[in-house]
Design a protein around this ligand. Sequence first.
Ligand code: NAP
Length: 335
Amino acid sequence: MDLRIGVIGTGAIGKEHMERLYNKLAGCTVTAVSDVSEEAAKAAAARICAKAYTDSKSLISDPDVDAVVVTSPGFAHKEAVLQAVAAGKPVFCEKPLATTAADCKEIVDAEIASGKHLVQVGFMRRYDKGYRQIKKMIDSGEYGLPLMLHCAHRNPEVGTNYNTPMAVHDTAIHEIDCLHWLVDDQYVSAQVIIPRSTRHTHSELKDPQIMRLTTERGVEIDVEVFVNCKFGYDIQCEAVCEEGVIRMAEPSFPTVRKDAMRSVALETDWKQRFIDAYDVELQEWVNSAKKGEVNGPTAWDGYLAAVAADALVKAQTSGAVEKIQTGACPAFYQK
Ligand code: NAP
């Protein structure tokens, strides 16, 4: 039987996930949508013959909704996720799990108290083929222990309202989740190095930045975040291990020979770069939710990302090495 899903928030990614769940993925359908705008909710619902709501609680308590996808803005996530946990329904929440570490911890505590694994966070990098290949190779042990990760997250440009902390919260947040998962370790400290800024930035945005994270077992990670790089959308990851260096495969484009040049196109749009990862992510979530399991990033991962992000934002202004203190992973989340 299909998993009947309610989608909360019908904006950009909400519409894309609805389309994916309704038309593309197997074993699921969308039976209800909600948005604070009645007009937006009705318009989205009409496209797929679903019910329309203007509040998350009514959608979650609908008996025709088995599971919930939260794609409202970050500030609205906590309320909807807690409502889903209280109703005992599986919930996939787009990142961030909540806007503060304290709010993420509240969700962790509520899920543990419910006694059921219900919450998954939308960190889709873990579902990208390139990262999965590196993880598999590291886990094989064939290359020895991972020692360092050199990474880059470059966007062609950002809007004028994008500021320095957003380089952590909106951009590096994906690396923050993915990289500790890649090396199966926890962060203990963070530092941000601010080089000379590009002339393509403005007074509220230091660009580029180098974010450094150190793990418990001493893996040193550097992530160059450069959001006005101009040339394309460029995600790099290189794992330096004891007996080899693993570099993530580039997206594949044809090599062109023209005008005495040999060239290969680069991605320019983050949505295209990770479009397959979104499909895999949601299909695996549907399959797990039907079995009453969570096999992707958990509420604890959402909390860890929030704590590490706070340390990086503090480090942007202090220039110091900031501690990342999360406490031990609760037994509930240990695999
Ligand atoms: P968006 O276009 O602004 O869409 C959010 C929608 O939710 C809007 O229609 C908004 O209505 C509505 N909304 C506001 N408050 C709500 C509430 N309390 N209940 C239900 N709906 C509410 O934002 P988006 O770009 O789709 O992003 C949504 C979330 O997905 C964000 O947390 C974002 O970080 C995340 N995201 C993740 C990725 C990824 O790569 N994993 C990519 C993109 C976005 P109004 O416009 O009227 O306020």
